[in-house]
Write a protein that binds this ligand. Structure first.
Ligand code: HEC
Length: 108
């Protein structure tokens, strides 16, 4: 096999792995989630990323399900209405994008 072919194959194999964390951050910022969810600061209404990550520790699949509109809110269920519009946006993403978002959130 030619060296260039090997390099191309290598990139194809590595790309989906590095996609997750970085693209999660790009998506989170690009979709305006950061305007309400700050890394550490919890407002009266909005949970921080750390709050969300804490609630979903070890529950990545459940978080992905929530972002796909299939699981109920567990952080502040009484304020779940505020997220409705945003869950509609995350429902429209691909599975890979939702996983990337969840991975990004769970880093906190
Ligand atoms: C207008 C402010 C606002 C924006 C913008 C926003 N959120 Fe939220 N989010 C909230 C509030 C308030 C809660 C608490 C209610 C709740 O827990 O459902 C919340 C809760 C959450 C939770 C925890 C859900 C749970 O189980 O309780 C996740 C995950 C989340 N947001 C992700 C996102 C993502 C991803 C985006 C961007 C697409 C986003 N949010 C945009 C206000 C916002």
């Amino acid at each position: 096999m030619k060296k260039t072919t090997l390099i191309v194959l290598g990139i194809l194999l590595i790309a989906p792995l590095s996609f997750a964390g970085e693209n999660g951050e790009i998506l989170f910022k690009g979709m305006g989630c950061m305007s309400c969810h700050h890394p550490e600061t919890t407002s009266k209404i909005n949970p921080s990323l750390a709050d969300i990550a804490h609630a979903y520790q070890g529950k990545q699949q459940q978080l992905i399900g929530y972002l796909n509109g299939m699981e109920d809110a567990i952080v502040k269920p009484e304020k779940a209405g505020m997220m409705k519009r945003h869950v509609e946006k995350t429902k429209a993403l691909t599975d890979q994008e939702r996983s990337a978002l969840a991975e990004f959130i769970l880093r906190y």
